[in-house]
Design a binder for this molecule. Structure first.
Ligand SMILES: Nc1ncnc2c1ncn2[C@@H]1O[C@H](COP(=O)(O)OP(=O)(O)OP(=O)(O)O)[C@@H](O)[C@H]1O
Length: 129
């Protein structure tokens, strides 16, 4: 990171805010293996939606689940980073609680999405065979 990137104050323009938000997206996909798995699952679900010609409501449900899991994984990564920043990577029981609860949020969102995926795709797969 070069010196001019070491900004600590508020963004001066909407474009600057957007640039930093995009950098956040790139960083989370580069650094988080789980995020890449979520993206792969989302792409596969969208391909299935397209193959099965699902209804508008079903498209909405699947899109909602894809975005939900990705947004919660971003928030989980934020919690992990803040905890590491505060603890300096030394053990603390409250750090453990925070990280475990953030991971629980991802697990709950992913389980909900799996359930929705089963509700939408299972009847169509059964009909196919
Ligand atoms: N500073 C700490 N103090 C106490 N426990 C910690 C600390 N850092 C991590 N842990 C424990 O280790 C687990 C894994 O932490 P880590 O930061 O490696 O998350 P991760 O493997 O990147 O998680 P994810 O699978 O969600 O990406 C946490 O859920 C927590 O139980």
């Amino acid at each position: 990171m070069d010196l001019k990137d070491k900004q600590v104050g508020k963004n001066k323009s909407f474009i600057a805010s957007l640039k930093h938000a995009f950098r956040g997206i790139v960083t989370v996909f580069k650094e988080e293996r789980n995020m890449r798995s979520h993206l792969l699952s989302a792409v596969l679900s969208l391909v299935l939606c397209w193959l099965f010609h699902v209804s508008t409501v079903e498209w909405f449900m699947i899109l909602f689940c894809c975005f939900l899991v990705i947004i919660i994984e971003v928030l989980n990564t934020v919690v992990e980073n803040i905890v590491d920043l505060v603890t300096g990577c030394s053990y603390h029981p409250i750090a453990k609680k925070a990280k475990d609860m953030a991971a629980a949020a991802v697990l709950i969102a992913a389980s909900f999405s799996l359930l929705i995926g089963c509700i939408v795709f299972l009847p169509k797969l059964i009909e196919l065979f």
